[in-house]
Design a protein around this ligand. Structure first.
Ligand code: 3PG
Length: 396
């Protein structure tokens, strides 16, 4: 039976055709929304989405679902917890749209300084206001704080440096797998910055990062650009800070963003003259969408041909493994099974396992990450197996 791929978002036609040529069953339905997906995905193996939400119901109902690909960077629209429970792989296409997002961030920076959107709105209304719009300060020598120095943040930094800006970067780092909010440094960085631009993923740790406390450190009159995720900024705290400090903002993301591609929109930010909002178009250049689509096709190809998942985001970062057992053995039927039998008899959980073959196909090496130690008698039993070449057992 053919593998079925459902593309539930806009995707360049050239790449849809590429998938069709790969002998896959391809369903291309860019109009599907979150509530249509549970039925639409019931019999598919792979789902490809951009911002369309893949909720728990979709994942639970999809009988043969194996892989969800986010054709973009942020995976917050996919219910990863539900995917984890069912063993569904989730992958993304990091870095492929970074330049596009960075270009928009620079555009928003210039827009804030020159008030380009207001210029245009007045012109369309028949209003000429050269006097008012000549009050820009310029970006040269301004201090820019890049919050989140991943692929996008680095592209912004390159462009800002070429504009003659003074660039600082701050990441919300992970220590031993735990993400930390480093307020100690933010309180030193934020007061220095004329402009802040946010390039963080949305995680439980970054949600609401810019709250009332954080806005206390933001310089009066500063510009804030958010092309990442709306939820990183607490909107109530922001509106308060705008009023108290005259902060001006340009956002590509905002609370209550509509799911569809067209329709009406309603937000408290609409009434605020200090805020410009674009239509979540950061990644939407042809260049970026082609790069993302190419990566999506590559992920599907690799998965089908070798079972390897590129950019697999829901693989456990840490496991409960405390011991490693490496058994080199003859590559013959039943040998691996006989080794695993000993591990089973010892009631040890294998957390991870990989078996690789040496050139020529005579010898193989099996590496197992184990929850507990292999008792001496069981290790001896493995060593005494005539098809075993060597055994190493270490504490991790
Ligand atoms: C991303 O995470 O890649 C961006 O937010 C782009 O979202 P989009 O593919 O829905 O435009």
């Amino acid at each position: 039976m053919k593998v079925t791929v459902l593309i539930a978002d806009k995707f360049p036609s050239r790449y849809v055709e590429m998938l069709q040529k790969m002998d896959l069953e391809v369903i291309y339905d860019p109009k599907l929304g979150e509530n249509d997906l549970p039925d639409a995905a019931e019999n598919v193996d792979i789902i490809v989405v951009r911002s369309t939400k893949v909720n728990a119901e979709t994942i639970q109902k999809a009988k043969s679902l194996n892989l969800i690909i986010r054709a973009g960077a942020g995976v917050n629209n996919i219910n990863i917890a539900a995917a984890n429970q069912k063993g569904v792989y989730v992958a993304n296409c990091p870095g492929m749209n970074s330049v596009a997002v960075a270009e928009l961030a620079m555009g928003l920076m210039l827009s804030l300084d020159r008030r380009i959107p207001d210029n245009v709105i007045d012109f369309r209304k028949g209003v000429w206001n050269k006097g008012e719009y000549s009050k820009a300060e310029g970006l040269l020598g301004k201090t820019l704080g890049i919050i989140g120095v991943g692929a996008i943040g680095r592209e912004v930094a390159k462009r800002a440096i070429s504009f003659g800006m003074n660039v600082y970067g701050k990441d919300i780092s992970r220590i031993e797998g735990e993400m930390i909010k480093d307020f100690s440094e933010m309180d030193k960085l934020l007061p220095l910055c004329d402009i802040l631009t946010i390039h963080l993923p949305l995680t439980p740790e970054t949600r609401g990062l810019f709250n009332k406390e954080m806005f206390k450190y933001v310089k009066p009159g500063a510009f804030i650009i958010n092309t990442a995720r709306a939820e990183i900024i607490d909107e109530d705290a922001l509106l308060e800070a705008i009023q108290e400090k005259g902060i001006r903002c340009a956002f590509d993301v905002f609370a209550g963003e509509p799911e569809g591609k067209a329709g009406s929109v309603s937000s408290r930010l609409q009434e605020n003259p200090n805020v410009y909002v674009t239509h979540h178009i950061g990644a939407s250049t042809e260049q970026a969408q082609n790069a993302v689509a190419e990566e999506t096709v590559r992920i599907i190809k690799d998965f089908i041909n070798s079972g390897v998942i590129a950019h697999w985001v829901n693989r456990a970062k840490t496991t409960d493994a405390h011991f490693q057992l490496v058994v080199k053995h003859f590559d013959k039927p039943g040998v691996l099974a006989s080794i695993l039998e000993v591990i089973r008899d010892a009631d040890i959980n294998i957390e991870e396992i990989e078996n690789v073959i040496f050139d020529g196909g005579i010898a193989a090496s099996c590496t197992m990450k184990l929850k507990s130690a292999v008792p001496t008698d069981k290790l001896q039993a493995i060593k005494e197996n005539p098809n075993v070449l060597s055994v190493s057992h270490v504490k991790l």
